[in-house]
Design a protein around this ligand. Structure first.
Ligand SMILES: [Zn+2]
Length: 66
């Protein structure tokens, strides 16, 4: 029995089957929560430095242009 939508449990299928959307709900929560590794990668100083350099470059180019 597949769940229709874990966003609004219990879905009609689970309600008809008399079961709860607990299993689907747990999977969705884990998928939506970024892991610590993903957080470190997205906020790594290297990427942050690159973004700062790009912003500085765009700013200086805008200022120099008439
Ligand atoms: Zn369900």
């Amino acid at each position: 029995m597949r769940c229709e939508g874990p966003d609004n449990p219990p879905c009609s299928r689970c309600k008809l089957a008399g079961t709860e959307c607990v299993f689907e709900k747990v999977i969705k929560t884990e998928a939506d929560t970024p892991t610590s590794v993903e957080l470190v990668l997205s906020f790594s100083p290297y990427v942050y430095g690159l973004q700062l350099a790009q912003v500085a470059f765009e700013t200086s180019r805008t200022k120099s242009s008439p």
